[in-house]
Design a protein around this ligand. Structure first.
Ligand code: AMP
Ligand code: MG
Length: 334
């Protein structure tokens, strides 16, 4: 049985003995819950891959405290990365650097780079400080399932597989950190998140966005895997295909399938306006990009528990935080 405990002296002591013993502990961050282990211990890191069923070529992010000396782990930090770190850290931005090879090779799955993040969540900072070692951590879900934004979500996925979940409430950010490659002349976004391309460009003047192409070697291996998927059938409709989505919904209901439509607040309004005489079962993600990011995983988990078929209508905005939301939504509902 897995215990869920608030973050205090006792639970941190328990966490420390688990981490020191080569085990894994789930902890909150401002993005999603992480499943952490000692980054220096290969057996501890390998254990994370085993617990999650994570493909062994999908590298992990190392989490450190605000005052951690980065040069213990990485070889080189370009000027633009120092400026970005000053502006956005601690926070939902992971930066990839040339590795010094000090942590277990399992962390980066043999790559010569290392992804490092300083979470801003107070509970995460307390946890990292108490552990006293860099903590390698992916999201605390079974691989390919929806990421967890509450202790209950972690429990649902990992009950019986880990001893302890540190409970820091619901994650405010809701989608995983922006992953930024800082090994080149200018930064390149490998995974979009709450620190957006626009925000980075404002600081550095230039920011690339990496797009994974099926079949090509992945610059960020996580990109090539199925991700964030609820356990029900899904489909995704473009914002101008509302009628088609409703037709799909009607077809499913006619066949006796428990269907739901998931959309943003604006789309829900037009659905109610245009199909007002009808009862449509809706899950509303939110009105702003930030709200949608914060709600996304909880809503996907709600959908899989209450429906057999989730029909999603994509919002029409793709800029800023919506780039991150759409990245997750299109993978979850493809
Ligand atoms: P997760 O912790 O489950 O959100 O996954 C971590 C993400 O960070 C994955 O998409 C990885 O591909 C990415 N990542 C971790 N380390 C590296 C690295 N050294 N180079 C590129 N991407 C990385
Ligand atoms: Mg993950």
């Amino acid at each position: 049985m897995t215990r869920i405990l608030p973050i205090d002296g006792d639970s941190l002591e328990m966490a420390k003995s688990i981490i020191d013993g080569g085990g894994a502990v789930a902890f909150p961050t401002e993005t999603v819950y992480g499943l952490g282990a000692n980054a220096f211990s290969t057996s501890a890191v390998d254990n994370i891959f085993r617990i999650k069923g994570r493909p062994n070529d999908n590298p992990l992010i190392v989490h450190v405290t605000e005052d951690f000396d980065l040069f213990k782990l990485v070889d080189y930090v370009p000027e633009y990365a120092k400026v970005l770190a000053k502006k956005f850290l601690p926070g939902p931005l992971t930066m990839v650097y040339p590795s010094k090879g000090k942590v277990s090779p399992s962390v980066s799955c043999g790559l010569d780079t290392l992804a490092v993040r300083i979470p801003s969540h107070i509970g995460a900072q307390k946890f990292l400080k108490a552990m006293g070692v860099p903590i390698a951590a992916p999201s605390a879900n079974i691989s390919k399932h929806v990421s967890p934004t509450s202790a209950e979500h972690v429990f649902y996925d990992l009950n019986g597989k880990i001893d302890l979940i540190l409970d820091g409430g619901c994650c405010q950010g809701g989608i995983e950190s922006t992953v930024l490659d800082c090994t080149g002349e200018y930064p390149v976004i490998l995974r979009s998140g709450l620190v957006t391309r626009e925000m980075i460009e404002e600081v550095t003047g230039r920011c690339g966005v990496y797009a994974y192409k099926e079949g090509a070697p992945a610059r960020s291996p996580g990109m090539k895997y199925k991700h964030y998927s609820p356990k029900c059938k899904t489909s995704l409709f473009a914002p101008d295909k509302i009628k088609e989505a409703v037709k799909e919904y009607d077809g499913a209901i006619a066949e006796g399938i428990k269907a739901l439509i998931m959309c943003d607040g604006k789309t829900a309004q037009s659905l109610r306006r245009d199909f007002g005489g009808r009862e449509l079962k809706l899950i509303i993600l939110g009105n702003t990009p930030e709200e949608m990011a914060a709600n996304l995983y909880a809503k996907l988990r709600e959908a899989e528990l209450t429906a057999d078929y989730l029909i999603t209508i994509a919002p029409d905005n793709r800029d800023g935080v919506m780039a991150g939301v759409m990245n997750r939504l299109s993978k979850a509902c493809r």
